[in-house]
Design a protein around this ligand. Structure first.
Ligand code: SF4
Ligand code: SF4
Length: 485
């Protein structure tokens, strides 16, 4: 399978089987598109390349009448015989080298179901409470539809013991302090980090700690500890003050921007100085489909590592993104990619999380087909010590799979273990399958009612982001090649 698309003025071809990415001539792109059109008459709904036809100046596939003659509104006859012959040679050479139409991974050779029940990552809910009341919060403003509570120290210690005891031969483990707002329970987090550091030695393991915070309680007193012990800190802010304050509010209903912006920036500067990683993470909704302006705003403030993601909300919510928004959202990712390119060319250091893709190595093969590992190698633990397949399932009693103080019996293991790209119809035929890993289980269940049916809106956005990410890699490679010549 190949995926061919236009990224600004580049014709990008991804060969799904080999993972090779090519920038090809207009004539080669036209020939490959003609071939693809002949072999896939229907096209898929929500495909980025169809919906953003107007952005890229392409003619939607459904309106093409003769793929042999017309490709993206351009007749093959507009290419000279020499160009077409050279393009055919280009395609034949790539195919002969195994870099085009390469066979894909075999499910039986690479079955993610062989992984075994080993846990390597824990989302530790330090607080089921929050000092914010964000409108789009999936976690019921930190309460997860249950009693508000802070993680007791002893329960946290049992959670760490549980991870260590169930990690098999895995040496590197991860614990993410999550909420609600975890800094509401900072003293317990400190104790737990020290406990984890002591226990990891007994087990000859290495625990990587991370933390996600809304920033309200960040202060200079906490920074040295967080810098010493947290490998990554995720800082939540949506961007422009009016965008942030529309959705992210305090308990009393005030906008939070004025309370957090300086704290987050000061903290990010301290992380930079300490050589430690952070990301500011924003959420975009129907209200700020021009989210490039939020990325630009955050970058202008001085943040270097930025992530902005779509809110996944019930269609009935006024801020919910729907399929009608996709053309604008796709166009916005193109704008964002152009903006990122400008910044890179100007020598400014900036990273947009969803445009980071490693085409050389990337995630391990299992992760490529099985995604985040929720319910198998990654679980969440609540302040009551209850264990769930991931943080998004917390509080859904059907999905409770044990307690760190008592028994752990993961009756959902087989279901989650089999929810990989080879077992989902949509994923099997999707060009993005080895990059996305099959999407978010919780979104599939909540939005489509079936763990094996990926959330279509999220898929469309994921594919568009990947196109931009791969396109930027190509643009960099082309620029390097030109500067070498
Ligand atoms: S800060 Fe996070 S947990 Fe708290 S209300 Fe907002 S989204 Fe929910
Ligand atoms: S979950 Fe990922 S691989 Fe599956 S259809 Fe969606 S984008 Fe494609």
């Amino acid at each position: 399978m190949i995926h061919i698309y236009q990224f600004h003025d580049l014709n990008v071809v991804l060969d799904v089987g080999s993972g090779a990415v090519h920038v090809v001539s207009d004539a080669a792109a036209a020939l490959l598109r003609a071939r693809e059109d002949r072999s896939s008459p229907a096209g898929e709904p929500f495909a980025a390349e169809q919906l953003n036809g107007s952005v890229l100046g392409a003619t939607p596939a459904s309106s093409r009448t003769n793929a042999d003659e017309f490709v993206d509104g351009q007749s093959l006859a507009t290419f000279s015989e020499t160009d077409l012959a050279s393009a055919r040679g280009e395609i034949a050479a790539l195919t002969a080298a195994g870099l085009l139409d390469a066979p894909e991974m075999e499910e039986d050779v690479l079955s993610p179901e062989d992984r075994g029940a080993v846990i390597k990552a824990l989302c530790l809910h330090a607080a089921h409470d929050c000092n914010m009341r964000c409108a789009y919060c999936f976690a019921d403003a930190g309460g997860y539809a249950g009693a508000r509570a802070l993680l007791p120290l002893e329960t946290g210690k049992r959670a760490i013991d549980f991870l260590l005891a169930n990690s098999g031969a895995r040496r590197n483990l991860e614990i993410d302090f999550f909420g609600g707002e975890p800094l509401m329970n900072f003293e317990v987090i400190k104790e737990l980090v020290h406990y984890g550091r002591a226990r990891e030695k007994d087990y000859k393991k290495n625990i990587r700690f991370t933390l996600t915070t809304n920033g309200l309680l960040l202060d200079d007193a906490k920074t040295p500890f967080l810098n010493e012990h947290m490998d990554n800190v995720i800082l939540s802010i949506d961007g422009r003050p009016e965008v942030n304050d529309r959705m992210r509010r305090t308990v009393s209903g005030e906008g939070t921007y004025a309370h957090i912006a300086d704290k987050l920036l000061r903290f990010a500067e301290a992380r930079d100085a300490a050589g430690k990683l952070y990301y500011v993470r924003g959420t975009y909704t129907k209200y700020n489909k021009n989210f490039t302006e939020d990325v630009r705003y955050l970058a202008d403030l001085g943040f270097h590592n930025i992530s902005v993601e779509p809110a996944v909300s019930d269609k009935l919510e006024p801020w919910a993104l729907t399929e009608e928004d996709l053309p604008e959202v796709f166009a916005e990712y193109d704008r964002l990619a152009a903006f990122m390119w400008e910044w890179e060319q100007a020598g400014k250091q900036i990273s947009f999380f969803h445009f980071n893709v490693d085409l050389e190595q990337g995630p391990c093969a299992y992760k490529r087909v099985a995604g985040c590992g929720a319910g198998t190698e990654y679980v969440a633990v609540t302040p009551e010590g209850d264990i769930y397949p991931c943080h998004q399932f917390a509080g859904e009693t059907d999905y409770r799979i044990g307690n760190v103080e008592g028994c752990f019996q993961n009756r959902w293991f087989d279901v989650f273990n089999k929810a990989h790209v080879f077992s989902k119809d949509e994923c099997r035929s999707c060009w993005a399958k080895y990059y996305c890993g099959g999407g978010c289980h919780a979104n599939a269940l909540r939005m489509e009612g079936d763990l094996l049916r990926p959330h279509r809106l999220s898929c469309a956005i994921e594919r568009k982001r990947l196109e931009c990410a791969i396109g930027l890699v190509c643009a960099r490679a082309m620029t390097e090649e030109i500067s070498r010549e």
